[in-house]
Write a protein that binds this ligand. Structure first.
Ligand SMILES: C[S@@+](CC[C@H](N)C(=O)[O-])C[C@H]1O[C@@H](n2cnc3c(N)ncnc32)[C@H](O)[C@@H]1O
Length: 198
């Protein structure tokens, strides 16, 4: 990525951890959308402490609704661990809105939970919650129980095949899956409207 002063949009920004950790020295404009006021307050504090050259703004609201109201262009759009809260139909709508907001040379960074092609949502959530039980040992028992309850009740994972179809339907021309963990629970994609330069 080579942007002089990128305009960044982050859906479901949470505490903006990824941007605050990776863009410290950049000059950039940032718009974060999240339905949680608490998360936005954390993001504000984090970005003002770690990204002194950034101009930041936030919208507190539902991301699919809010992206529909935007009339702007962004060089980097990030959606991390939030799209899985949407139904399959709304995921497609979100990707289609994102395409409209992306600049010609811009990049969409998408990372989320991802199930195997052979799995159902229930099978994935069972495998994921068993993994958290076994490996997230530094968290208190109460936190793991609450995370697992949230995952079981709220998370709607999809497969790589499904996400590739969404990217394609939305009109992305280039797609790279740049990360998948060894347990096949998560994936990260970079997508562009124009071909990647080699
Ligand atoms: C697991 S956190 C991820 C935060 C951040 N993107 C990251 O990668 O660290 C999910 C965030 O998405 C937000 N969220 C989930 N569904 C949303 C929706 N429909 N509209 C707006 N925000 C949403 C939650 O409030 C939460 O802050």
């Amino acid at each position: 990525m080579n942007f002089k002063h990128p305009r960044i949009l982050e859906l479901g920004c949470g505490d903006a951890f990824v941007v605050s950790q990776s863009a410290n020295q950049w000059e950039f404009d940032y718009l974060g959308i999240d339905q949680s006021k608490h998360a936005i307050n954390l993001a504000k504090a984090s970005l003002s402490a770690s990204c002194p050259n950034a101009k930041v703004d936030f919208i507190e609201g539902e991301m699919l609704h809010e992206v529909s109201t935007l009339d702007a262009e962004f060089d980097i759009i990030i959606a991390g661990y939030c799209i899985h809260h949407l139904s399959s139909v709304h995921k497609q709508k979100a990707f289609s809105k994102i395409v409209k907001l992306l600049s010609t040379g811009g990049v969409f960074i998408f990372y989320d939970i991802e199930m195997k092609a052979s799995e159902s949502v229930e099978e994935y959530n069972k495998r994921a919650t068993q993994f958290y039980e076994k490996h997230w040992i530094n968290l208190s028992r109460d936190k793991v129980v609450r995370i697992n309850a949230h995952a079981t009740q709220c998370d709607i994972p999809e497969s790589e095949v499904f996400y590739r179809m969404l990217f394609n339907n939305a009109g992305f021309k280039q797609l790279e899956k740049v990360f998948s963990d060894e347990n096949e629970l998560y994936a990260l994609y970079l997508a562009k409207l124009s071909p990647f330069r080699s």
